[in-house]
Design a protein around this ligand. Sequence first.
Ligand SMILES: *Cc1c(COP(=O)(O)O)cnc(C)c1O
Ligand SMILES: [Zn+2]
Length: 392
Amino acid sequence: MKTSYLTDLTCSVCGKVFSIHKAHTFCPDCQATLISNYDLNAVRSEVDRDKIRIRPKGMWRWHEVLPVQDAEKIVSLGEGDTPLLSIPRVGNELGLANLFVKDESNNPTGSFKARGLCAAVSRANELGIKKVIIPTAGNAGGAMAAYAARAGMQALVYMPKDTPNANIQESRIAGAEVILVDGLISDAAKMAGIKAREEGWFDVSTFKEPYRVEGKKIMGYELAEAFDWTLPDVILYPTGGGTGLVGMWKAFAEMETLGWLADTKRPRIISVQAEGCAPIPKAFHAGASFCDFWPGAQTVASGLRVPKSFADRIILSNIRESNGTAVAVSDEALMQAQKKLAAMEGIFAAPEGAACLAALEELVKQKWVKPDEKIVIFNTGSGLKYLDQVVQ
Ligand SMILES: *Cc1c(COP(=O)(O)O)cnc(C)c1O
Ligand SMILES: [Zn+2]
């Protein structure tokens, strides 16, 4: 049996085809993200979705729709297969009968960034890359450092100097060199880009590298499997660069082509950001197809402090196609929600994940969601990584 059915990559704007036998970043003509394509017809006839359930646990159960060609090149720390937890007490308070948290805090390095960086570093490993570089708002740096260590690669991380201490320390202890930047992730990205060109580091920035989104899309496959090959009605996703949002939307399309979904009704996607950095809600409600750069971005939810995503057009188009919406919440509201989730359900969520509960409270008030709808909140990381920011 084949490990991966990846066939080629295409530019998300001009459609130009790129070979899978070489390392790529993004389309040089369009400055746009490359999309991974798989021979889904072959997967459809050769792979039984129900056999995937009984494979050893983890993200790589889904290897046919992941990019690594040679299984021996996979660098794993046990990512994926996170629990889907029902949260009945919070649900009851909000008058919602089917409320769930997909708890990504159980991933290696305590956030769902592990999924994306696992895929990217494994593929880089397969393509013979020896040094990887990343600009990060925090968790992506820690995840890249861990997987690079395991692959025996050199790692260089650029992060804002006010990134949570846990992210700085976890990167350093894994052997990465950490450069603290007096600025935002956008400034870090510029510096990392220059360094990459000058010294030949491979840049795994969000959406400037094709495979992180492939790792993240597996959250969509896991959801469908957990709901018996149907999809929930509503997904709330805390959006920074948007890899999980775009990845899951791609996963839904792939599963439709594969004939794996018992019911192809797609969820409405709610993109959640913080009021101090809300380029997606702003563009969404203005009817714009791309985001303006958000000046002076500030929020305790550091993963959401992304003033402009490289894939803003794709994010906005996916939200609209899903009949979803975009919501910005205050830091105060997300910290209240963080307390509530911990005190009522025992889930100590990252502020980014907690922001989704705050957004849901808002949507319940607006009657945007119905009481019996199946609703999934993504808790993308562990609250333990943000102890400096936690309010008692
Ligand atoms: C990076 C990050 C996000 C945003 O994820 P994207 O897929 O880049 O939008 C949300 N929450 C946490 C905890 C993060 O680290
Ligand atoms: Zn192009």
